[in-house]
Design a protein around this ligand. Structure first.
Ligand SMILES: Nc1nc2c(ncn2[C@@H]2O[C@H](COP(=O)(O)OP(=O)(O)O)[C@@H](O)[C@H]2O)c(=O)[nH]1
Ligand SMILES: [Mg+2]
Length: 231
């Protein structure tokens, strides 16, 4: 199975080297880092570590993911692993994340920080609450019982084509899960570690503005999928 890693990175020069070192030697075919507006040396640091850097004009987490997928489409891998560039996700979880894809038990594998091992303070109370609420709504709508909307996940390329991902920002992770649930795509969760970011600043959960915007967008995205899924 040819696996590519895709990491959105915004001002992550301080965290990236450790993350890229952690990904080395794990059999990844390509590591794509997507930068859409870093003011630091994120791109240089990524290139120096052997990653492919993709630039994207549009801001936002989902836009970065879409730009990365667009680049991968030139020579599609069999599967893509998404993870954050801040060192919060642990590359050591990669084999466990990929195992269900390798032996055909799932097409989408979500790394759960809730059933896994999150360092104290790595997930804020607001994040835990938002996650639990979102997962409950997905369960009520489609019967799929996720425990987390974590960033680390593995998905087959063919499945990504079915998912038709579009969200340009914070709705990315929930769009993938709500749509998978709605389309009946076989998914699994595996427990993963989650640490505090290695360095640099949080752009989402660590700030009030980011949390409010992300929370609103996540709820809106679930609602939109629900309306779309009706006959
Ligand atoms: N390319 C890109 N990356 C982003 C953007 N926003 C966040 N990220 C990256 O997405 C990941 C998660 O963001 P982070 O700030 O750690 O959010 P938190 O974990 O919720 O505090 C990190 O790797 C960020 O560098 C963005 O607009 N563009
Ligand atoms: Mg983070």
């Amino acid at each position: 199975m040819r696996v590519a890693a895709l990491m959105p990175a915004l001002d992550e020069e301080a965290s990236l080297p450790a993350v890229l070192a952690g990904l080395a030697g794990r059999g990844l075919e390509r590591i794509v880092v997507v930068d859409n507006g870093s003011r630091d040396r994120t791109a240089e640091v990524a290139v120096a570590a052997g990653a492919v850097v993709v630039f994207c004009g549009r801001r936002g987490y989902g836009s970065a993911c879409l730009a990365g997928l667009d680049r991968l489409a030139d020579d599609p891998p069999d599967a893509v692993v998404f993870l954050d560039a801040d060192g919060a996700d642990d590359p050591a979880d990669l084999p466990a994340l990929l195992a269900p894809l390798r032996d055909d038990r799932a097409e989408l594998v979500i790394g759960s920080r809730v059933t896994g091992n999150a360092d104290t303070g790595a997930l804020t109370p607001v994040q835990r609450f938002g996650n639990a609420l979102s997962c409950r709504l997905i369960e009520l709508a489609w019967g799929a019982r996720f425990t987390d909307l974590g960033p680390m996940r593995a998905v087959r390329w063919a499945t990504l084509e079915r998912l038709q991902m579009r969200d340009p920002d914070f709705g990315w992770t929930v769009e993938m899960q709500a749509r998978a649930a709605r389309l009946g795509i076989p998914w699994m969760e595996v427990p993963v570690r989650y640490r505090r970011r290695v360095a640099g600043q949080s752009k989402v959960a660590g700030t009030l503005k980011g949390s409010v915007k992300a929370g609103a967008k996540i709820l809106f995205t679930i609602g939109r999928e629900f309306v779309r899924g009706r006959p």
